[in-house]
Design a protein around this ligand. Structure first.
Ligand code: CA
Length: 235
């Protein structure tokens, strides 16, 4: 699971947005950007980014609202606010809504990169994936042995990729995970690659065949329409 860190830039001022893209690509990040709040929010909710650089004053939905909605879905999503005014009030409000840090515009590249690297260091420290976990129907999954047991009886053997997919979903069981995020995080595809979400769909189908008692009506590995897949663990 090694890949470049990915960053989403949500910024409506073109010179700043393009400047940020150039700097971040130069520093080895995979970069995507959005020029308004609505597009930014959609990308943020479906993209599985390591970090979001979020301008506050945006057309459509403002940065505060984007921050709040993203946080509601993924409490651990690292966010750095870009604030034009840099007034205490903006900063306090943004931090209260869950941003990790802020950078006041205009900023220097050095200043920005220090903040970016600091946030990435402390927020996603190679999140350890769970090795043993129990699904909602009592099936016990053992990643070390690539196996699943129910009532002490082995019911399935999983491939490594199937298991990594399951582990990633288990680590984020509180929310649906988009196919694009799985491709990026589990398969290690760069963010810009054309999403081959069919690959993910095929793996999900295989997992259902192995784990669900009725795969026409999944009760463990759910499809959340328009959002992705969600794994149900034991409460
Ligand atoms: Ca703006």
């Amino acid at each position: 699971m090694s890949q470049q860190h990915s960053i989403l830039i949500v910024e409506d001022e073109e010179p700043i947005r393009v400047g940020l893209e150039d700097v971040l690509v130069f520093h080895g990040f995979a970069v995507e950007s959005a020029a308004d709040g609505r597009t930014g929010l959609h990308k943020a909710l479906t993209g599985g980014f390591d970090l979001i650089l979020l301008d506050l004053m945006l057309p459509g939905i403002d940065g505060y609202a984007v921050c709040e909605r993203v946080r509601a879905q993924d409490p651990e999503q690292p966010i750095i606010m870009l604030t034009a005014r840099g007034t205490d009030e903006d900063i306090v409000r943004g931090l209260r809504l869950g941003a990790d840090d802020y950078v006041a515009k205009p900023f220097s590249v050095v200043q920005l990169m220090l903040r970016v690297q600091a946030v990435l260091r402390r927020t996603r420290p190679l999140a350890a994936l769970p090795v043993r976990f129990t699904l909602a129907d009592g099936t016990e999954v053992d990643a070390a042995n690539l196996s699943a047991h129910r009532d002490g009886v082995a019911i399935a053997e999983l491939t490594r990729r199937e298991m990594e997919t399951l582990q990633y979903l288990a680590a984020h069981a509180e929310r649906p995970v988009a196919a694009e995020e799985l491709l990026h995080r589990v398969w290690g595809y760069p963010k810009q690659a054309s999403p081959e979400t069919r690959t993910v769909a095929i793996h999900i189908a295989k997992l259902r065949r192995k784990l669900e008692s009725d795969r026409a009506e999944p009760r463990l590995l759910l499809t959340v329409r328009g959002a992705g897949y969600r794994l149900r663990l034991t409460p």
